[in-house]
Ligand binder design. Structure first.
Ligand code: GTP
Ligand code: MG
Length: 356
């Protein structure tokens, strides 16, 4: 089985943490049979990241961690699934940002199903754990048909600094590569620098940017941009919004208004509302998602900065609590560093066994 190497970067911290934890535990239990790690796994994928030198070595490191993870988890489960193992696994999941509620649910499911299905062997328990985690991500893959509406309007929302504007730049790059025409709408009218940043992405991708002066009404800028896109026959409008206004209430009111005003132009608009969350903020991402959902209903999530110190487990907590598709993951600052989320690859990457 092959995996998208860039997606693997996103789970590197998660796997490394689990490996570190489990190996640490092994040292304390010398009666455990020694695990043999004869050879490093063969990485047959040609990384699609040849333009980035550093992540390749990162990937190699991850491949090593990955091979250890599988055998280490088996070693953790070598005595079955008792109270002590449950506590260890709980600590692993919590420190990986899976969150209290989801961790409890995973542990209960594992306990219940292992009993029901009579599973007590290490391989079987690892497989079951993987299955349970993957089941939280069922809603996380979803394809959207952008050709139904013209223009297809995508609104980016999220707190300041999470990566909304950068994701717009990356999406513009992605849609253009897919032969779609794109227009950027500068709905963050709060900061002058925000408009400049969007214009830079527009220039970089060679796409038009509709903007007004700082302080202009965000909803009307976005309305104008959508009208303009309609007149030009543009396929996709990527609409930026502010991450911070004078206060939170203002921001939420502004987002509500944007939803109302765009709906006047086209009843279904915005066709996608992507809530952008910084994976590195851990459990805080959950409260942000709750807060924004009150103002405007997100249709999907974008999880950025999975290339950083993020622990990856937040993916499970978010998917389980909100049942929203994780549309994209951000794996860097450049235009190419965006990937569609692939649940199976994500979970497999965490648990896959190195080839013998
Ligand atoms: N490493 C990494 N950095 C990212 C990623 N996405 C965004 N960034 C960086 O995060 C910083 C903030 O990104 P912006 O796109 O300006 O965030 P924003 O949500 O638009 O912020 P505001 O406009 O203040 O609301 C920038 O330095 C980006 O380069 C990612 O996936 N990985
Ligand atoms: Mg921005």
């Amino acid at each position: 089985m092959t995996f998208d190497p860039l997606l693997l970067i996103g789970v590197a911290a998660f796997t490394a943490l689990i490996v570190w934890f489990v190996l640490g535990r092994k040292k304390e239990t010398p009666e455990q049979p020694a695990q043999t790690q004869d050879s490093a796994p063969e990485v047959t994928d040609t990384p699609a990241i040849s333009e980035v030198a550093e992540p390749v070595s990162f990937f190699s490191a991850l491949a090593r961690s990955r091979s250890q993870l599988s055998s280490s988890l088996k070693s953790l489960f070598s005595g079955g699934f008792d109270e002590e193992i449950r506590e260890d696994l709980e600590a692993i999941l919590l420190s990986s940002d899976v969150g209290v509620e989801t961790t409890d649910w995973v542990l209960e499911s594992l306990e219940e199903r292992s009993k029901q299905e009579g599973i007590s062997d290490p391989e079987g328990l690892v497989k079951l754990l993987k299955e349970i985690l993957a089941s939280t991500l069922t809603a996380s893959e979803e394809t959207v048909d952008e050709s139904v509406n013209s223009p297809h309007v995508i609104l980016m929302i999220g707190v300041n600094g999470v990566g909304k504007t950068t994701t717009i730049g990356k999406l513009a790059h992605r849609y253009q590569a897919d032969q779609r025409s794109v227009l950027l709408a500068a709905g963050d009218t709060f900061r002058a620098a925000a408009v400049e940043q969007l214009k830079t992405w527009g220039e970089r991708n060679g796409v038009p940017v509709i903007a007004q002066d700082t302080g202009a009404d965000s909803a009307s800028v976005l309305y104008d941009a959508c009208e303009s896109a309609k007149a030009r026959g543009t396929d996709i409008v990527l609409a930026d919004t502010a991450g911070r206004l004078q206060n939170k209430a203002n921001l939420m009111n502004e987002l509500e208004k944007i939803g109302r005003v765009l709906g006047k132009l086209d009843i279904g608009a915005p066709h996608e509302v992507l809530l952008v969350l910084d994976a590195g903020t851990g459990q805080n991402a959950i409260s942000q998602a709750r807060e924004f959902s009150k103002a405007i209903r997100p249709t999907g999530l974008v999880l950025t900065k999975l290339d950083g110190t993020a622990k990856g487990g937040i993916v499970f907590a978010l998917a389980r609590e909100f049942g929203l598709p994780i549309r994209y993951v951000g794996l860097g600052e450049k235009a190419e560093d965006l990937r569609a989320f692939d649940a199976v690859s994500f979970v497999d990457a965490m648990f896959s066994e190195a080839p013998e």
